[in-house]
Design a binder for this molecule. Structure first.
Ligand code: AMO
Length: 429
């Protein structure tokens, strides 16, 4: 057994109890007759004190370790008013589990700031920073919260292929791979497959999937491999999909606030109670133009417009019913106003984190839309034909995991929120 307790499970009330803790040497200080080790595990930091006369000389000697050594300490909990935690550990045995053979490339304690590229090149070391661990603790809550809301709402989790034959989100941004004698692509989205699952009668499906975008962007908001949390529902329009999205996102924010208090504190973030406003694209245009923008109908909203909308309306804003020309080919034209389609985006603190739509389930309308978007209906024959065999109206959305994590953790660069990010130049580790 390597440990009996995580550091966070120890308390002054355990005074006199023998425990085994394990982790890394966060700090070590030798002030003559006393050696201090701060032992760090994923839950926190404990102070271990070796005092001459109290512990043996051999133990004191064994405590003189380089920072980031991986150790196990058997010791006794001792109540102490001098320590911040109210207790310290008096060591009975200190074991160096694997002596360091290479230098640590940057200060894990954060005393000296390290460049993000150095940290990402050494992600396994970066994860020893308590702030980095906190980001991924929060990400874990996001994924769990998403899953539990979807299951509660009667959705089934499905898997969809990553290797695909055709584009879904536009032709240019695809990674190609050799697939035996043919060319294949890495999926930009599970779009067509989640729709087919609904058309097949599963009715309510969700998935967490990696998607690949060969966009040559080099920004702090874009990755080339993204994790999407997707939903698709039958007998539904965009309003039903927006209702579900709001429930999911509110649930995630509330769950993170409830379960990740310590992580939020370490990241210096406080979350406000989620309130989500809704506005049509046309009204948003009017509002933005009244506040200094010069937008014309048919123009897509850029980041500045999205930031302005959040300033004017609140942290979370759904913009709905965009012009068809700025949306994916599968977005259903609006019945009352053909100049727009039943699509929507969710903006959180100035950044688009989700987009969705009611889909076109009428084959002829779909063919026309594919052509209007400059794509070739022949490449979508299988997909179009699926709507000739009894396809219900349906709608859905996708929520970007890394962008949502970024906004919930207050990070400025999306790379911080992907464990092993893939960007224009980064393909390792
Ligand atoms: P979209 O392309 O808008 O929609 O993607 C949905 C969400 O995924 C995230 N995202 C990204 N995050 C970081 N870097 C990128 N390069 C990137 N691309 C996308 C964003 C975005 O809001 N099939 C549709 C969804 C649907 O209609 O169901 C789609 O993929 O958070």
């Amino acid at each position: 057994m390597y440990r009996t307790h995580y550091v966070s499970e120890l308390s002054p009330e355990m005074d006199g109890q023998e425990v085994v803790i394990a982790g890394w040497v966060h700090e070590v200080r030798n002030i003559g007759k006393i050696v201090f080790i701060l032992l760090r595990d994923r839950s926190g930091i404990a102070q271990v004190i070796g005092k001459e006369g109290v512990v043996s000389d051999d133990i004191i000697k064994s405590m003189n370790l380089p920072k980031e050594s991986v150790i196990r300490i058997r010791g006794t909990v001792k109540r102490s008013s001098e320590s911040k935690a109210g207790f310290e550990i008096v060591p009975l045995e200190v074991k160096n589990l694997n002596p360091l053979e290479a230098a640590i490339p940057f200060e894990v304690t954060g005393k000296v700031a390290a460049e993000i590229d150095v940290r990402l090149d050494n992600r396994q070391i970066d994860l020893r920073r308590i702030e980095t661990t906190s980001i991924f603790n929060i990400q874990s809550t996001i994924l769990n919260s998403f899953r539990s809301t979807m299951l509660r709402e009667g959705f089934s989790e499905i898997r969809t292929p990553v290797l695909v034959e055709a584009a879904t989100e536009g032709g240019a941004d695809l990674f190609t791979v050799d697939y035996f004698e043919k060319k294949a692509f890495l999926a930009q989205s599970p779009q067509l497959y989640k729709q087919l699952a609904v058309v097949g009668g599963m009715d309510r499906v969700f998935m967490v999937v990696p998607v690949f975008r060969a966009e040559k962007h080099n920004t702090v908001f874009h990755l080339n491999e993204v994790t999407q949390m997707d939903a698709e529902m039958g007998f539904a329009d965009h309003k039903d999909a927006i209702k579900l999205l709001k429930k999911v996102v509110k649930g995630i924010i509330n769950d993170v606030a409830k379960k990740n208090g310590m992580d939020l504190e370490r990241l210096n973030v406080s979350l406000s109670k989620p309130v989500i406003k809704e506005i049509t694209y046309k009204k948003a245009l009017g509002l933005l133009n009244a506040n200094g923008s010069e937008l014309e109908f048919g123009q897509d909203l850029n980041r500045e417009h999205e930031e302005a909308l959040c300033r004017l309306l609140g942290e979370l804003v759904v913009v709905k019913e965009y012009p068809s020309s700025v949306r994916a080919f599968y977005s259903m034209p609006n019945e009352r106003d053909r100049s727009v389609c039943n699509s929507f985006d969710l903006i959180y603190k100035g950044l688009e984190i989700s987009s969705g739509a009611q889909r076109i389930h009428i084959p002829e309308t779909l063919i026309q839309s594919i052509k209007e978007h400059g794509l070739d209906p022949k490449e979508f024959e299988f997909y179009i034909n699926a709507f000739r065999q009894g396809a219900p109206p349906h709608a859905g959305w996708s929520l970007g995991l890394e962008r949502l994590t970024m906004k919930l953790t207050g990070m400025q660069n999306i790379r911080e929120c992907s464990l092993f990010p893939r960007d224009r130049i980064r393909l390792k580790p």
